[in-house]
Ligand binder design. Sequence first.
Ligand code: ZN
Length: 503
Amino acid sequence: MSGGVNMDIAKKVEELKALEMKMYAYNYASSTIYVDSATVAPKDTSEGRGRALAVLSEESYKLIAGDYTRELINDLKSVYDELDDQTKREVHLLSESIDKLSRVPMDEYIAHSVLVNEAQDVWRNAKENNDFESFRPYLEKLVDTARRFAGYYDPTKAPYDALLHEYEKGASMEMLDKFFGRVKDALVPLIEKVCAAKQPDDSFLFKHYPKADQQKFTDYLMDVMGLDRGHCAVGETEHPFTSELNKWDVRITTHYYEDNLASSMYSVIHEGGHALYELGGADELQYTVCSGGTSLGIHESQSRFYENIIGRSEAFINAIFPKLCELFPEQLEGVTAHDFYLAVNRGQPSLIRTEADELTYCMHVIIRYELEKKLISGELAVKDLPAEWNRMYKEYLGVDVPDDTRGVLQDSHWSGGALGYFPSYALGSAYGAQMVKEMEKEIDIDECVSRGDLSPVTAWLGEKVHRHGSMLDPADIMKQFGGFDPECFIEYITKKYTALYEL
Ligand code: ZN
């Protein structure tokens, strides 16, 4: 190997890093605009935002699918073996993006970002006014676009498989049919038993909890989770989310309901879990395509780990109960930590996915999965979606949907063009159950959590999951835990609810 060749490689690698920094900057701008639109932007401002986003998405598209990037990546592929591991991964991930994106015509790519920006506003109003009809034409366009884009992403796959792969690399209908089949078989009889059993009193969770006191509780929870406020801020939105601008700047949001204490509490813990994943990425991955969580399923495994496995454990409730009593002495008068633990784990079929308990949550996901499959295959028309939604809620969860606001319009995902996203929540639960099984072998989780010290848990997840960013595929992360195995989740949830309800 001559020195001249080495010089060339070094220069190409430098060009690559500069290109990734530019991509990062466009993403940073788009994400900041999104955070702004969801938090403080006045409501009639989508027009100007849409124009800015159209420009940014055109530039992003060109950065990935343009000739310069393609040639650079091809050059680097020709010397692939001489690159370090991280640069190899960057080349690999960019090469995948180029292949995929260059099959999407640029005008369609831009039109999609404009459509999504508009559809989100329409959906917000539709949800507020229980008016599915106003959202219907947008959803029809979004379903059409998703189906068409699926063909661009991977013409060899069934369209819904191509979409699933976008959100969770390696996921397919074959895998999910099997997974959800097992979950349904186990959960349906378990939910029936829980419903027939004596229910704990959870009425104290729905007393009046002033927002100002809940905000203090949010600050406390973020401290317990070890979220560094210098690098992680909390805002308020209709739907809680996490936006990772980079590992040193993560934004989470929550929504306060003064008549529901658990809602914001678990939103903060859930989004805090997402934030810890991002904050724990290795420094050297920042500003490259290897930064950030590797997939939505792995992301949800972290958020749902903190929310459910930790946040709904008796050890955690014991740790935080003194603070709850200090902030809410009247509302929690006569309530014990054990009462609180039983209340936040009450298993009860309900209407709203984000408010669902750990037991019934997956059923909400399965309903959406089955509806999306039919929407994308064309078996179900958008105009028939609300009726089918209501029918499935009755069949799977036994609940009557009173209106579309609390039915088909409840989630923001479809308005954002995200079809194929929902299964990642259930995969996250399943991944998390596998992780805790391994973690228990090395850490006395109850011991540290009951002292309010989550740092051993976060350090363990940091080592196995967080620090890797997108260096590993989801399947590679899960290899550390024996590969994806839905049985762990079924064991975990059955054991937990059998004990809770003394079944
Ligand atoms: Zn989440």
